[in-house]
Design a protein around this ligand. Structure first.
Ligand SMILES: [Zn+2]
Ligand SMILES: [Zn+2]
Length: 421
């Protein structure tokens, strides 16, 4: 029987790619995350999913994929989706961002879940910090770069890529009807471009390349900084600011967090983290992480604001009222939460900064490939078919001669060997 393929997420939107391959009752699911939050979500603060009903509530609202024999039976009460394992389904997670792993805590424990070892490490540290997967701990099996898992007629190979979280990977799926490569989220301007270059090399000549296309959108017109540029700009900002620096970076970018600790140290400043973030970073293995729990405390910061950097917790914005934010203080947005103007909490932060008179500088680097790098990836990989996903403007990917481009429809069933028919 032919290999069938469905895109159950990441179609026409940034985030949450989900790709289901099926043949002879065997199924491979690539990624299982939540949609990126938007101001149109029915499940937005304070109407959040109920703790034990997270998957059932999302299925009722149509914001989780309806896949039988994937989720735990006890989590599906009130839905018509069948729970429990069928022994023929395996899940692969590309990296530890919510839009790729957010629903994995609801997977039945008898369904194998795999991810690169680096992703297992990040998820383990989050679990240890009390901020693990919704739905509960999941025993995720670690994969080495290049390791292959056999799933019935499918061979799935884990291929490391560079992204703004450690342990990111794409997958190469080999089938009787040809090969499919999936990038996960990747970039070529980060700290490990060689990983994404090696991915490009290893997927050369695949039948179908499913690539993320986040930065294709016209709205991402801003100039790109490399992570090295970010380090330099952060250092300059810490040196030039006479007062307190408040920063928002995304802690799962542990390499940026480690860099901030080094840069702050060189600038004679100490970094104070929100408690849960600090627990995660320590569990991940970073040293010298201080939180509000162990001090130095407000008095020390007020006495000498130029000796500190405070990381913002988006759930504790009123803490800003305690801080010495007079003239000379600075807020640095460095890809942390709220993530950007598309995030429902961005306007809230802007209101607070306006009230406090706290100027904002943006010093960040995208976790996603530039449009130029995406076109180069497709040209070098030279697939028969390219499918841009994880973007709201997939039409902006121009395929090279010899490659057909398919703009996938959500939920539609494609035959792998006729996807461009
Ligand atoms: Zn993503
Ligand atoms: Zn990501």
């Amino acid at each position: 029987m032919t290999v069938r393929l469905r895109f159950l997420g990441g179609v026409g939107v940034i985030g949450s790619t989900k790709i289901l391959l099926e043949q002879d009752g065997w199924r491979v699911l690539l990624d299982l995350g939540n949609d990126i939050p938007s101001s149109a979500d029915l499940l937005r603060y304070p109407a959040l999913p109920r703790p034990a009903r997270g998957i059932a509530d999302r299925l009722r609202l149509g914001v989780a994929p309806r896949i039988d024999h994937l989720y735990r039976v006890d989590a599906l009460e009130g839905t018509d989706v069948a729970g429990g394992a069928d022994g023929h389904t395996v899940v692969f997670l590309s990296h530890a961002h919510i839009d790729h792993v957010g629903l994995a805590g609801w997977v039945d424990p008898a369904v194998p879940v795999y991810a690169a070892a680096g992703t297992v490490r990040v998820l383990g540290a989050l679990e240890e910090a009390g901020t693990g997967l919704e739905g509960g701990r999941q025993a995720i099996r670690p994969l080495e770069d290049g390791e292959t898992v056999h799933v019935g007629p499918f061979d799935v190979t884990c291929l490391a890529v560079d992204h703004d979280v450690p342990g990111a990977a794409g997958f190469l799926v080999t089938t009787a009807d040809g090969t499919l490569a999936y990038t996960g989220d990747l970039r070529f301007h980060g700290r490990h471009p060689e990983l994404s270059e090696a991915f490009t090399e290893r997927v050369r000549g695949v039948r179908v390349l499913v690539t993320e296309g986040t930065m294709l959108a016209a709205s991402f017109g801003a100039p790109f900084l490399s992570e090295a540029d970010v380090d330099a700009a952060l250092g300059a900002a810490l040196d030039a600011t006479p007062g307190l620096v408040v920063v928002s970076l995304y802690p799962r970018n542990t390499e940026r967090a480690a860099a901030l600790l080094r840069i702050a140290d060189a600038a004679g400043r100490r970094v104070i983290w929100p408690v849960a973030m600090g627990r995660f970073l320590r569990a991940y293995g970073l040293e010298g992480v201080l939180t509000w729990e162990e001090g130095p405390g407000l008095e020390a910061i007020r006495a000498n604001p130029a000796r500190f950097v405070v990381q913002l917790g988006v759930d504790e914005i009123p803490r800003l009222l305690d801080l010495p934010l007079g003239p000379g203080a600075l807020f640095v947005h460095s890809n942390g939460e709220p993530l950007g103007p598309f995030d429902p909490n961005w306007a809230l932060l802007a209101d607070w900064l306006a009230f406090l008179g706290l100027p904002m500088r943006v010093i960040g680097s995208a976790g996603h490939a530039t449009p130029h790098d995406l076109e180069r990836l497709v040209r070098l990989a030279a697939p028969r078919v390219v499918v841009p996903v994880h973007t709201n403007e997939p039409y902006r990917l121009a395929p090279p001669p010899g490659t057909a481009r398919v703009l996938a429809e959500r939920g539609r069933e494609y035959a792998l060997d006729h996807i461009d028919a």
